[in-house]
Design a protein around this ligand. Structure first.
Ligand code: KIV
Ligand code: NA
Length: 277
């Protein structure tokens, strides 16, 4: 498959072809995303939770993001790769935002950046886009600032809040975002957003009437089980498979049946005699 481009993503919306997006945090998952022909791979700051075991995403650093983006880029050759901007890498000033977006692109090597926020972040998006870096927006439930939103809960469930999210979408499109993530918003509100903006709207907990879907891979594979949001569908339960393999290994090590002859190296009898002599 040849490299997915922003033009391909925007054409998909025009053609009514749904976009497929998942997260990845390392090289093997990056490779498998390409094999599965996933359109967009997000190196999400969700890595704080599903890879690092933190309670949220707000402690993830620029250096951690770059470390994981580099690993994913070595595996992902055809999917379009989004690098998530961590909390406080773009919130302090527009200058910081441009510098840090540049670091994700240059040091990480991703194809674009993503940041959370609506109308308030339109000038930030505009500055990053002007610097030549494509930006994906992220509105609705914004996990980095979830505590300020009153926890991990759906947004846009009353008229005022729904109106605000639609305004956020319009402002981000006008600021130059090439695409938007809409998270945990009533499906009828997401539908309005997808119909209002021309750029592809990728939903997570936003219902089916958007231009594509994204999930956290470790959630949909049943690899992360601390909690599962309502909007996740489990496509596999891989923890028990891993656990079984580890238990079998433990048993075989303890009983001495691993390693077998096929796992061991040989030396000639002659050489062995010389060593012993
Ligand atoms: O970090 C992440 O995985 C995300 C997705 C939930 C969109 O931002
Ligand atoms: Na994120």
């Amino acid at each position: 498959r040849k490299k997915v481009t922003i033009m391909d993503l925007q054409q998909a919306k025009k053609d009514g072809r749904k976009l497929v997006m998942l997260t990845a945090y390392d090289y093997p998952f990056g490779q498998i995303m390409d094999l599965a022909e996933v359109d967009i791979v997000l190196v999400g700051d969700s890595l704080g939770m599903v890879v690092m075991g933190l309670d949220g995403t707000s402690q993830v650093t620029m250096d951690e993001m770059i470390h994981h983006i580099k690993a994913v880029m070595r595996g992902c050759k055809s999917a379009f790769v989004v690098g998530d901007m961590p909390f406080m890498s773009y919130n302090t000033s527009i200058r910081d935002a441009v510098i840090n977006a540049g670091r994700l692109m240059k040091e990480g090597g991703c194809d674009c950046v993503k940041l959370e926020g609506g109308v308030d972040f339109a000038p930030t998006v505009e500055a990053i886009v002007k610097a030549g870096i494509p930006v994906q927006g992220h509105i609705g439930l914004t996990p980095q600032t979830a505590s300020a939103l009153g926890g991990f809960k759906a947004q846009g469930r009353n008229a005022e809040s729904a109106y605000q999210i639609i305004e956020d979408a319009k402002a981000l499109e006008a600021a130059g975002c090439f695409s938007l993530i809409v998270e945990a918003v009533p499906h009828k509100v997401s539908k309005i957003i997808a119909e209002t903006v021309k750029i592809p709207v990728i939903g997570i907990g936003a219902g089916p009437d958007v231009d594509g879907q994204v999930l956290v891979t470790h959630d949909m594979l049943g690899l992360f089980d601390k909690f599962t949001p309502r909007f996740v569908r489990k496509y596999a339960q891989i923890r028990p498979f891993i656990l079984d393999a580890l238990k079998n290994y433990r048993t075989e090590v303890m009983e001495g049946t691993f390693p077998g002859p096929e796992n061991s190296f040989t030396i000639s009898d002659e050489a062995l005699e010389q060593v012993k002599a």
